[in-house]
Design a protein around this ligand. Structure first.
Ligand code: RB5
Length: 141
């Protein structure tokens, strides 16, 4: 599985932790930055990660900003992207199983590191349930 990662300055530190976590699991990670705590604009990183996922260069995306809100809003403007802002593992599981989410948005200033990594692990391990959810997800498109 290939995972595209992106963050602004508000999510840079957590993004680096997630990158190390996934690397230790031998997940193929593509890091679109940012690479420092210098202020940048989150839509630029949401666009890069979302286009990688929508275009098939990555299977899933993870975006981190201060709250996760801006990343989710920006990512969901890209056709084919279903970005879910998650604050716990249940939301991450349901986002994949019921909504077929393909991008996870996290807020570094909102959740702790251990919870964030749990969310990431659950998001990557969960799959779309198909069935009755297919027609509903198609209505989003
Ligand atoms: C940056 O200060 C902050 O606005 C950004 O990281 C994010 O939380 C926006 O949604």
């Amino acid at each position: 599985m290939r995972v595209a990662l992106g963050a602004d300055h508000g999510g840079f530190r957590l993004k680096e932790i997630i990158k190390g976590h996934l690397g230790a699991q031998r997940v193929d990670v593509v890091d679109f930055g940012t690479d420092s705590a210098e202020a940048v604009d989150y839509p630029d990183y949401a666009a890069q990660v979302s286009r990688a996922v929508a275009g098939g260069a990555a299977d899933l995306g993870v975006l981190v900003c201060g709250t996760g809100n801006g990343m989710a809003m920006a990512a969901n403007k890209v056709p084919g992207i279903r970005a879910a802002l998650c604050v716990n593992g249940y939301m991450a599981n349901m986002a994949r199983r019921h909504n077929n989410a393909n991008v996870l948005a996290l807020g570094e200033r909102v959740i702790g590191q251990e919870v964030a990594l749990e969310i990431v692990d659950i998001f990557l391990a969960s799959c779309f349930d198909q069935g009755r959810h297919v027609a509903r997800v198609n209505k989003i498109e």
